[in-house]
Design a protein around this ligand. Structure first.
Ligand code: SF4
Length: 282
């Protein structure tokens, strides 16, 4: 009798354990969804805490493709052809009428929109129409003239240094070689590439700004650059893929496409002509 009772209570205990574990926690109370499982569910559905699609899910992830350099080059060729069709007149959005004006505008465009720069430069070029006039400017007056472009103290210092060096060492003319341009204060490869390609028609490199970096990564065109901020490697990766004669056009076209279609936050993949060749298309 005692044995029977023991077996019955063992069966009862086992069935209680099973039903508790089905319901949830050890206590038998329904188990709360943990932060981790909630996070996993959101990641799977693309929902955020407020019910909208999570930001990360809305942005296409830039994929690292396992593809040969030859296949990547072929894809790059198709992308270039489509960009040519879409933006046949792609050009620099900074208004300028000389190498001097383009150089000044490009220096001002750091951390500033082209629209804002275009609002500032007409007055600036009236005040300082050439490098000689700019070299004679006072830091204070220059700062006041470019203030709305941001980082105005540093930009004014660079503009003065650039203009004085151009007058002292290059006879007042903006030099047309990469090596010489890089000796000027405030001029790095991006600015030099812009002036050389846009004004002098020399394809020495590729302008890598925030749009070019982002699109190059999303389009899976990077071989050595680890992210869209590594401008030096991005430029080198792109130069390997595209013919030299197209370097200036490519940068202008990618910038336009980045502004109109492949925006940082909400790229319009459904209306993007590059989607077929884009590993990040959604
Ligand atoms: S499909 Fe077009 S818009 Fe979408 S990520 Fe690729 S390039 Fe950008």
């Amino acid at each position: 009798m005692a044995k029977k009772k023991t077996a019955r209570s063992a069966r009862r205990a086992a069935s209680t354990r099973t039903s508790r574990s089905k319901r949830g926690g050890e206590s038998g109370a329904p188990r709360k969804r943990t932060a981790t499982s909630a996070k996993k569910k959101r990641a799977a559905t693309g929902a955020s805490t407020n019910g909208k699609p999570a930001r990360a899910a809305r942005r296409p992830r830039a994929l690292r493709l396992r593809e040969s350099q030859a296949a990547r080059k072929a894809r790059a060729g198709r992308i270039l052809a489509k960009l040519r069709e879409l933006y046949p007149d792609a050009d620099c959005a900074l208004r300028h009428a000389s190498a001097y004006e383009l150089l000044v505008a490009t220096i001002l465009s750091a951390q500033c929109t082209d629209e804002r720069v275009n609002m500032v430069t007409p007055n600036l070029f009236r005040m300082y129409p050439d490098a000689k006039a700019l070299a004679a400017a006072s830091q204070e007056d220059l700062e006041a003239a470019i203030r709305s472009t941001g980082f105005y103290r540093n930009k004014a210092k660079n503009l003065l240094g650039m203009a004085r060096k151009v007058c002292d060492e290059f006879g007042g003319e903006i030099p047309d070689s990469m090596d010489q341009l890089l000796t000027l204060p405030g001029v790095a490869r991006k600015t030099a590439n812009c002036v050389l390609g846009t004004w002098f028609g020399k394809n020495v490199g590729i302008v890598v700004d925030t749009h070019v970096g982002r699109l190059a990564q999303r389009l899976g065109l990077l071989r050595t650059a680890k992210d869209d901020k590594d401008a030096v490697k991005i430029e080198r990766d792109l130069m390997e893929l595209f013919p030299e004669k197209d370097w200036t056009f490519l940068a202008h076209a990618l910038i336009q496409h980045g502004r109109r279609v492949c925006a940082a936050r909400k790229p319009k993949c459904s209306e993007c002509v590059l989607a077929e060749d884009c590993p990040s298309a959604e």
